[in-house]
Design a protein around this ligand. Structure first.
Ligand SMILES: Cc1ncc(COP(=O)(O)O)c(C=O)c1O
Length: 498
């Protein structure tokens, strides 16, 4: 066991010079960076929170919070009362940029065709239609943010500023990776908010997580892969998107910590798509242990992980757990978008690509559409750099937290005994309504007759529990608190036993 020395902590000192409000975040980022770069090696024991706080001249609470945050993300590990160590999960950042990545995935690499387990069946239903279906009074189907929160005034102001400033040549064909100013702005924002390793040179602006998935799918298919693993339960969109690139999809079962290690190892796939910060739809946040297992697996099979960070900014009880990509940027393709924070109709997102895949992904993007529209990119860059995007996230965060509270309150009052699982985050919850209100078919039919659209959890995976409980994926973010409460009351009246 290595022991810590005073000198090692000097590398954290600059972080405590940050303004008081940013000091905690700066300390966390400095610790992450020290682990990633290898300056704090795996197995290094960290000083106690009291010692480090005294060394750095900051409050003990700040250090405790940093240790807890980085332990949740997998950078550190701790035993009860036994101290905190640097974990093994983080892969030191590669300095060699020649593209000769260790274990490059190529056609025929890794022992031929995967031996596949359960192939995923036909994809589940598409997301709820925007605007609601005819006869629907309250639509609880998940997937849509509150579109009335779109910052029209800020967007219009940014658009005016951009049109005034943009040169004529800037309206020509863009770099297929995206406008340099947007890539710079996003890289800074993602490093700060999500703890990713964000090199603007490796960031590709694209039309949402959806296009990030198809770009990666085509690249992996061209490299000889024939299947990708998807979470069970998971987003139906993942299966559909990868299927469109010619890849088969294989269900990989989850438990309450993340993907189960044995089925993953036995699946034969060498690429998976996951939602570790806030698993869709189960709502769990992957444990640090499972994050480490997944990255070990990716290295062992010479494979890749697509991290879909679709709603990672919205966490209501604590700071969001940082992205998996930060632990190994050469194995994790990170993807996100403005679909939950601004509007899905913008079709604007980003992907951070490992060096080994970058050239192929950029060439796919070029041949697919020659790059995203320049004006929208410039407007988003303006919003991000001038603070408007952070303001928008704070506004949505406040609104969605209130709606989630309204939903939990309404479920407790009108459908007593209902259990809500998953972390306090995102735009939806999983609710397990007791069997006395069921069975599920009757429950859903009665709710539909009352004008309430609901989606059962079984739409998202293979599990078919026979206990009679009604498992629902309830989207609440697009509904006013009063509509949330009214909707649950309608359901309760419709399903109540006379
Ligand atoms: C879990 C998840 N990821 C990604 C997407 C697609 O996101 P985007 O609009 O960024 O393409 C969806 C949309 O339904 C989703 O539910």
């Amino acid at each position: 066991m290595r022991s810590h020395g005073q000198a090692a902590w000097e590398l954290l000192l600059p972080s405590v010079d940050a303004p008081a409000r940013q000091r905690g975040r700066a300390l966390q980022e400095a610790l992450r960076e020290a682990v990633r770069s290898g300056r704090l090696a795996a197995g290094t024991r960290l000083p106690s929170t009291r010692e480090l706080a005294a060394d750095l001249g900051v409050s003990r609470g700040l250090v405790t919070e940093a240790y807890e945050q980085l332990t949740a993300e997998g950078y550190l590990r701790s035993g009860r009362g036994a101290g905190t160590w640097v974990g093994e999960a983080a892969r030191a950042r590669r300095t060699d940029r020649t593209g000769a990545v260790d274990g490059r995935l190529g056609p025929g690499a890794g022992g031929g065709a995967p031996t596949l387990g359960a192939r995923a069946p036909a994809p589940a239903p598409a997301p709820a239609p925007v605007g609601g279906a005819v006869g629907v009074r309250v639509d609880f189907r998940p997937g849509t943010p509150d579109l009335s929160l779109f910052p029209r005034a800020a967007w219009a102001a940014a658009q005016r500023a951009v049109l005034t400033r943009l040169s004529h040549p800037a309206l020509g064909y863009p770099d297929p990776r995206g406008l340099p100013e947007l890539r710079e702005a996003l890289a800074g924002m993602l490093a700060r908010r999500r703890g990713v390793v964000a090199d603007p040179e490796r960031l590709v602006v694209c039309s949402g997580v959806a296009q990030a998935s198809t770009l990666l799918g085509f690249v992996l298919r061209a490299r000889g892969l024939d299947a990708v693993g998807i979470e069970d339960p998971g987003s139906p969109e993942h299966g559909r998107l990868f299927a469109s690139t010619g890849l088969d999809t294989v269900w990989l079962p989850l438990d309450e910590e993340g993907l189960r290690p044995e089925p993953l190892a036995a699946s034969g796939v060498r690429a998976v798509v996951v939602t570790p910060s806030h698993q869709f739809p189960s709502g769990i946040s992957w444990s640090a242990g499972r994050r480490a297992v997944l990255l070990d697996w990716a290295r062992a099979v010479d494979g890749y992980v697509l991290e879909d960070d679709y709603d990672g900014d919205f966490r209501y009880d604590r700071a969001p757990v940082g992205a998996l990509q930060g632990l190994d940027p050469e194995r994790v393709v990170y993807a996100g978008s403005v679909s939950k924070s601004l509007a899905p109709g913008l079709r604007l997102g980003w992907t951070l690509v490992p060096e080994a895949l970058l050239g192929e992904v950029v060439e796919r993007k070029r041949t697919m559409d020659l790059g995203n529209p320049v004006l929208d990119q410039a407007v988003l860059a303006e919003l991000v750099t001038r603070g408007g995007y952070d303001r928008q996230l704070r506004r949505c965060q406040r609104a969605y937290r209130e709606r989630r509270d309204a939903l939990l309150g309404a479920l407790a009052e009108h459908l007593p005994g209902t259990r809500v699982s998953g972390i306090a985050a995102g735009l939806h919850v999983i609710a397990r309504v007791p069997a006395l209100f069921g069975p599920p078919e009757r429950f859903l039919a009665r709710a539909a007759e009352a004008g309430v659209a609901l989606r059962p959890l079984e739409d998202y995976g293979t599990a078919r529990p026979a206990d009679g409980d009604v498992r629902l994926v309830i989207g609440y973010a697009h509904l006013a608190p009063s509509a949330v409460t009214a909707g649950i009351r309608l359901v309760a009246e419709a399903v109540g036993r006379e």
